[in-house]
Design a protein around this ligand. Structure first.
Ligand code: F6P
Length: 518
């Protein structure tokens, strides 16, 4: 067992005090808070590296912050952070350490990680300089990442976010077990110039294996079975199953059990991205994440971005009983951030039993949703502005554009600022137009980041990773296991065995054959 504290947060003094404080302050309006303190933005913001995090538009006062920090102290957050970074087996239900942070710490890097990075560097350089050729002698220009969950969402999100920095191959992602989608991807590929990277930490995930087998068959029929040895690469912990699939040790990149699937983009799971953006940029991504790790480990909690964002999130979830949080990047390149966060947040903190094995009676696991602004403004912002729910929202924007298109970028930023302002202030009641009333007092946090660089993206992702842990520590849950996804997998296997669907039986027949419907 690790030294991870096992404290029921609702039994702390801070929790009781926060409950009373909530009753006292719940009707305070943000406009009032700003009117009373002209320095509110300064007092409630954190500057760090290229980040300026404005938390002033949250329904908090200095007292709220003080009590939240007291809560962090009473649940022993500091000890929990130390336990994670020191490599204790804080994922107790799987008896594993949680050390994805070690993948990006170049100062104390374990030899096995350094070796893996070296192998990624050489491989990506060979692919991009044309030394790594397909069996017919052609240069590789495309990589298909076959993987699901953490073996897909992180790499795809980073690829989309950093397309501006692309130096090499084009990437495609095959994740879902959807034959039509798979075929649509295969139809545009040239097998002679394509590599397939099968990413699966366990190499037992049914969707990934079924897709990889299908692709292998298709590929063999187009070129030859022998060509698989050159065109298929694996990233996994499971050397035996990789070998059984037909991929050699030389073409296999390692993963480790102390790196959770949804936190694995920093490992060789990011190989396809590394090839696309080039090793140097991949390393910058890791280094940016490491800087945030250091900030998380060392900054005082009141100035610690992941700690403060995690605590504010607790404030809404457990006292305002908000069930969801929205994330709105004003940056189209971050259009895959929300799906990535959905796995990271909900697979981590969607838990109903605490660290002592007791059923939880308070709310955990926020629901994360969102889309890019300004698109989202024309989709669901109506509900944010005038709906009955309190939905704390993170706005993310970059001060500088990557292109020289300042005019459009200014419009984008103006929209971002306008939304946070309108959500906070609202519009007074007007008897003639009651439908045109905006209560305001809708909370938001704005992350201003200087530019979308690999370093800053690394820091941003690491920020959200640590926020998840902060929440998990307070909620007294194990954030790094995911038992909840197992049952569905078992039932799906049972259904498939009975239906022979994998042998090509028609879908209609499959449905009528389902035992529970007969
Ligand atoms: O969905 C459950 C899960 O275990 C995720 O945590 C993981 O990212 C995904 O499946 C894929 O797992 P693997 O990399 O082992 O194929």
């Amino acid at each position: 067992m690790s030294s991870l504290p096992k404290i029921n947060p609702t039994k702390t003094k801070a929790w009781q005090a926060l409950q009373a404080h909530y009753e006292d302050t719940k009707s305070l309006h943000l406009t009032q808070l700003f009117a009373e303190d002209v320095h509110r933005t300064k007092e409630f913001s954190i500057s760090w590296n290229d980040f300026f995090v404005d938390i002033s538009k949250n329904r908090i006062t200095s007292k709220t912050r003080e009590l939240l920090l007291q809560l962090a102290e009473e649940v022993q957050l500091e000890k929990a952070i130390k336990a994670q970074f020191s490599g204790e087996k804080i994922n107790e239900t799987e008896d594993r350490a949680v050390l994805h942070t070690a993948l990006r710490d170049f100062s104390t890097m374990k030899p096995e990680i350094a070796q893996c990075l070296q192998k990624m560097k050489e491989f990506s350089e060979q692919v991009n300089n044309g030394d790594y050729k397909g069996v017919t002698g052609k240069r590789i220009d495309t990589i298909v990442n076959i993987g699901i969950g953490g073996s897909h969402l992180g790499p795809e999100m980073v690829y989309e976010a950093l397309k501006h920095y692309r130096k090499g191959v084009e990437l495609y992602f095959i994740s879902n077990i959807d034959g039509d989608a798979l075929q649509a991807t295969l139809d545009i590929l040239d097998p002679e110039t394509t590599l397939f990277v099968v990413v699966s930490k366990s190499f037992t995930t049914k969707e990934t294996l079924a897709n990889a087998q299908f692709v292998k068959k298709w590929f063999s029929s187009k070129l030859s079975a022998e060509a698989v040895a050159t065109h298929f690469i694996a990233v996994s912990t499971n050397a035996t199953q990789v070998a059984a699939f037909g991929i050699s040790e030389e073409k296999t990149f390692p993963m480790w059990d102390w790196v959770g699937g949804r936190f694995s983009l920093w490992s060789a799971a990011g190989l396809s991205v590394c090839c696309a953006i080039g090793y140097q940029n991949f390393e910058k991504l890791l280094k940016g994440a490491h800087q945030m790790d250091q900030h998380f480990e060392t900054a005082p909690f009141s100035e610690n971005i992941p700690v403060m964002l995690g605590l504010i999130s607790i404030w809404y979830a457990n006292f305002y009983t908000s069930e969801t949080e929205a994330v709105i990047p004003y940056c189209e390149a971050l259009h895959k951030l929300v799906p990535y966060l959905q796995q990271a947040v909900m697979e981590s903190n969607g838990k109903g039993v605490d660290r002592t094995g007791t059923a939880i009676t308070y709310q955990t696991g926020g629901i994360v949703w969102g889309a890019t602004g300004t698109n989202a403004q024309h989709a669901f912002f109506q509900l944010l502005h005038q709906g009955t729910k309190i939905i704390p929202t993170d706005f993310i924007c970059f001060t500088n554009p990557l292109s020289s298109n300042l005019e459009l970028h200014d419009m984008l930023l103006a929209n971002c600022l306008a939304q946070t302002e309108a959500l906070a202030t609202g519009k007074p009641f007007n008897a003639k137009e009651p439908y045109n009333t905006f209560t305001g007092n809708k909370p938001s946090t704005t992350l201003f980041i200087q530019e979308l660089t690999p370093e800053n993206l690394g820091s941003l992702i690491a920020l959200y990773e640590h926020k998840i842990y902060v929440q998990g520590v307070v909620w007294n849950i194990f954030s790094y296991d995911q038992w909840g996804v197992q049952l569905g997998k078992e039932v799906a296997s049972a259904i498939l065995e009975n239906s022979k669907l994998l042998n090509g039986e028609h879908a209609t027949q499959f449905i009528t054959n389902l035992k529970y419907r007969s």
